[in-house]
Write a protein that binds this ligand. Structure first.
Ligand SMILES: [Zn+2]
Ligand SMILES: [Zn+2]
Length: 179
């Protein structure tokens, strides 16, 4: 669903959508497992600045991979949100100082319309945890044989190796493509 500025100049736009899985692309480690249901309003709060406010709520089930055992787990997201958008044009010509202290609640739009799916995607990504563990008691993957220790009992000696393995994984997570 696209929301045009022209329409916003005339009225507040309401949305009430159910976005099927697969229509919005997330980062590689997340997959949408249910319809994304969202409703709310979009309004032009400052006509001369082109500032737009989007308020609403959404709910969706996202599949996330556990950090320890890599099993996919369904993670329900239910969120009320309020976001402000400003025209991207206002942000150019600022020289070198771009993106210094950007308020995370303000985003930018290009052209004369907003893509609602983009906005909903943003809300979902902000609601998801940076690191996710399927359960406090998750035993993770055995560094010796690579099996999921929640599902298999193995005979590997892991007391010493275990810690090094988890540090290595942390380094990989930190330097991964996420960002
Ligand atoms: Zn796990
Ligand atoms: Zn093992």
């Amino acid at each position: 669903m696209f929301i045009s500025l022209q329409e916003l100049e005339l009225r507040t736009v309401r949305f009430d959508v159910a976005v099927p899985a697969g229509e919005i692309e997330y980062d590689y480690q997340f997959r949408q497992k249910s319809s994304l249901v969202a409703h709310g309003t979009v309004e032009l709060v400052n006509q001369s600045l082109g500032e737009i406010r989007i308020r609403g709520s959404l709910s969706v089930a996202i599949e996330v991979a556990c950090d320890r055992c890599l099993e996919a787990v369904e993670f329900p997201v239910a969120k009320n949100f309020e976001l402000f958008y400003q025209p991207a044009g206002d942000y150019q010509g600022g020289g070198e100082e771009e993106l210094e202290e950007v308020d995370s609640e303000i985003a930018y739009y290009d052209g004369d319309r907003l893509d609602l799916n983009e906005i909903l995607r943003e809300v979902v990504l902000l609601a998801l945890p940076m690191r996710f563990v399927c359960g406090d008691d998750c035993k993770g993957i055995c560094p010796g044989c690579g099996k999921n220790r929640n599902q298999h009992v193995c005979d590997c000696q892991t007391e010493a190796g275990d810690d090094r393995w988890s540090k290595l994984r942390e380094i990989r997570v930190a330097s991964g493509p996420r960002g």
